[in-house]
Design a protein around this ligand. Sequence first.
Ligand code: GLC
Length: 472
Amino acid sequence: MRFFAVICIIKMHKNAFPHDKLDREPFSRPVIDNDDLKPARPGADSGSGLNRREFIRRSGMALAGAAAVSTFVGPRRAYAASAVELTFASAKFYGKQTIAEVVKAFNDSQSKIHVTYKELPPPSSSTEVHQSLVQQLARRNGDPDVFTLDIIWIAEFAAAKWALPLDQYFKDNTGEYFPGMVQACTWQNKLVALPWFVDSGMLYYRKDLGISAPSTWTDLIASAKEAIGSGKVKFGFLWQAKQAEVLVCDLVSFIGSNGGAILQADGKTVSIADAPAVQAVQLMYDLINKEQITPADVLSWDEEPSRRPFTGGEAAFLRNWSYVWKIAQSEAESKVVDEVAVVPLPHFPDKKSAACLGGYQYGINASSKKRDAAVEFVRWMSSPETQLRFATQLGLCPTRAAVFEQPEIGTEQPFMQQLKEVFLGAIPRPVTPKYPQVTLALQSAVSTALTTGKVEESLKSAKQKIDTIVKA
Ligand code: GLC
């Protein structure tokens, strides 16, 4: 009864102060008082050495804090009138929950900040998400205040000064994240994004077909042919060759698995036309045309079109990201529940498996006039509790070492802990502020190579273009 009364009072109060009214109110003072927000931003200052007991203790404090906020009607009413309105733009992710639900949880957890979520296309439409963000950030009008960015845009957004340097807010927290993620969020010695989740390409395969995890591409080809020959599956190996960002992700892992690279670490030496890369792209072509274990349909497939036949029981192997695991285990969406294993991708003889590094981060708009509130929101979004929620509900792999080790991850997403080295050892795509131009050159050249078979010629032309781009 008391709870009901509290809800009513809060609702009445919210109606009295609609957010669109607050939207128009000028930001006149730094509204955030950190002490007031402490109970509502659980774990914001958790350390990387967080053990299980400490993690639970802090989560418990957080829940108690949240409960205290929702029953403590007086201050809540007073705060809401001056709530800071933030806009948050992010690619669309979904699983058992959506980003909108997580944002709502933040809004419900406190009353000083209200975040409006602007949903962008899903991350497989990376180029479109990028375009939309760039158009908004280039206006330098502070909208959106907070955004999420694909790992490949960090250098570009920092060099354009669209992303606010975050050292002064988070320098005491960087030790809580995997060092590689912090490095990926750093540009010219400044932290310009805060890690959200790490993604990595991996190999899914059907245990029930009697095939074992392949270590080399030759093993995979043999098993795929056997599986097709048995009549139990239509396709051997599915991956993504649509002329889109994901093609570059697949490319990185094929080339890396032959010891090659697209661009050397100096950021200037282009090695896309060197022998390891040419052999790798030749293999991509051969999988479709010579070995015929991959359907030519992959030339127009990104993540989801390639995932569906696999979870539909029609394929032996699939290269994809971590989000597929949960879907494969869902009775409603999958015909292969309990029949799927995940392992590192295969490699060339005497070489090592390679995965492409993916994932998204949080950025704060350098033109936002609501920095303190934006920092509080990002802190909450990247907190241990929220990362755990993203992992268990949306299948997004944590970038915080302590969260990664939590038993809930072992129960809900067991492959994450098993493939820790794959996540942490994944290879980045070329790190340069010119990445948007580099990726378009790669997508076009590899697409041509895969449709015409003119592998060496296409890669030589890509090398020329990328040479000009990175040296300009
Ligand atoms: C995944 C990765 C992202 C990549 C995209 C390509 O979402 O996390 O880094 O750019 O796929 O489709």
